[in-house]
Design a protein around this ligand. Structure first.
Ligand code: NDP
Length: 452
């Protein structure tokens, strides 16, 4: 019996990876030691953040940075501002980030941080005050060669701007210490779009390679309506697919058969910037149906692709079964740990039990650590541009993003072929992502004397 405090989200992420490593560890038992070492963060920083609200009252929140693994490069991973933030959630996110960052093929380690601060209902002035207060402590622990945070839930361009400004003032240093910066002060083109576009590029590889098809005419379910969901939706529409759903923490919005238009997505983006619920968009519009408190997965009878893009554990077992029943053949997570482990088992069983590629009822599952790595990959390209004082064009970066997503798919597919459980004829992209990411990190750790 462990005497450590219970960390349910972290334990879930750990068991998800562990479950898929078995065939690899059976062939390479020496790596079992590396798995024991890699699951303990190199360092965790916890701190107090005091700030003043618009009424002049003192407020206090918890701040964190989990510096999980630096075998491949400086710690890299987002900051999340959300009332649910705790150490279990940040450890799960940081742990996933290690292997995700390895799969980008770029020199970045894994980390994650944030605060239980709730940005909803706060004025711009309060957000600024919080960001400055948060950076008083965080600025001591990060740096362009040490740890380079980015955004995540509740942290977008505005918050990155305030935190960068704070860092610059406290340290008197204009350094590439955060990514997701403004385009005219060290930011990179395509960073805002990268995670959403990347999920769609990854699924394009799945569609092409597994079924020789594309997005044209495909019916697509998306959850969330934040940064990742908005850009995934826009790219799907651009490629000829129909986006049938978007959602937020209050419910799901289902569009008619014509789906959401780019103008709808833009209008939703404007509403979300003001942190309003989706109903502020849909009220009075007859071509949308609002389902309060529901997720989209059971609300549409027929679909081809599902892209969870809201938050962790947003697809459960029953919803996974409903997706397969609706004909969904591709699930790729824009969110981190979007599916519960029971749901992943449903998707993976549909693949493992198939006799050939053309079997009906197969639902291919791409985990977030592979499908959503476009954001951090372009963050690493932002770091490269900052180091070389250079600025690449949108087109150059879009092509690099496409190549990174396609290479990641190939790595997941080929490694999955070698290490899928139960001798299935179809490779597990989940096992492929976990084994490929883990091996890269474990090898670097061994070279650096972290295990032997
Ligand atoms: P945003 O804050 O922009 O959007 C989050 C969306 O998820 C909002 O629609 C929000 O609803 C919804 N949401 C948040 N919590 C819940 C909940 N408990 N139940 C239902 N819906 C919820 O975040 P991002 O789009 O940046 O991030 C979305 C996911 O993608 C996260 O899992 C994140 O870790 C992951 N990710 C993000 C990357 C990035 O580059 N931004 C990179 C890789 C992964 P509401 O508007 O009501 O709050």
């Amino acid at each position: 019996m462990s005497n450590l405090p219970s960390e349910p989200e972290f334990e879930q992420a750990l068991s998800e990876i562990e479950g898929t490593l078995t065939p690899f560890l059976e062939k390479n038992p020496e790596y079992a030691k590396a798995f024991k070492v890699v699951q303990i963060p190199e360092r965790i920083i916890q701190f107090r953040v005091t700030w003043e609200n618009d009424k002049g009252e003192v407020q206090v929140n918890r701040g964190y940075r989990v510096q999980f693994n630096s075998a491949l490069g400086p710690y890299k991973g987002g900051l999340r501002f959300h009332p649910s933030v705790n150490l279990s959630i940040l450890k799960f996110l940081g742990f996933e980030q290690i292997f995700k960052n390895a799969l980008t093929g770029q020199p970045i380690g894994g980390g994650k941080g944030g605060s239980d601060f709730d940005p909803k209902g706060k004025s711009d002035n309060e957000i600024k005050k919080f960001c400055y207060a948060f950076m008083i402590e965080l600025s001591r622990h990060i740096g362009d060669l040490t740890d380079v945070p980015a955004g995540d839930i509740g942290v977008g361009g505005r918050e990155v701007g305030y935190m960068f400004g704070a860092y610059k003032k406290y340290r008197n240093e204009f350094a590439g210490v955060l990514t997701g910066k403004g385009i005219n002060w060290g930011g990179s083109y395509i960073r805002p779009e990268a995670t959403g576009y990347g999920v769609v590029y990854f699924t394009q590889s799945m569609l092409r390679d597994l079924d020789n098809t594309d997005y044209n005419g495909k019916r697509v379910l998306i959850s969330g309506s934040g940064n990742v969901a908005q850009y995934a939706a826009l790219k799907v529409i651009e490629l000829g697919g129909t986006v049938l759903s978007l959602s937020d923490s209050t419910g799901s919005l289902i569009a008619g058969d014509a789906g959401f238009t780019p103008e709808d997505v833009q209008a939703i983006g404007d509403i979300k910037l003001k942190r309003q619920p989706l109903t502020a968009f849909s009220e009075g519009k007859s071509n949308f149906t609002w389902h309060a408190g529901k997720r989209p997965w059971t609300l549409v009878e027929k679909a081809d692709v599902a892209l969870p893009c809201a938050t962790q554990n947003e697809v459960n077992k029953a919803e996974a079964e409903a997706l397969i029943k609706a004909g969904v053949r591709y699930v790729a997570e824009g969110s981190n740990m979007g599916s519960e482990n029971d749901a992943i088992e449903v998707f993976e069983a549909s693949r493992a039990n198939a006799k050939s590629l053309s079997d009906a009822g197969v639902c291919w599952y791409a985990p977030g650590k592979a499908a959503n790595l476009g954001g951090v990959a372009v963050s690493a390209l932002e770091m490269a541009q900052n180091s070389s004082r250079d600025k690449w064009t949108f087109e150059t970066l879009d092509q690099k993003l496409k190549d990174i997503m396609s290479n990641c798919y190939d790595a997941c597919h080929s490694t999955g072929k070698e290490y899928s459980k139960n001798g299935s004829v179809l490779p597990s992209l989940q096992a492929g992502a976990n084994v490929a990411g883990f091996k890269m990190v474990a090898d670097a750790m061994k070279d650096q004397g972290d295990w032997w």
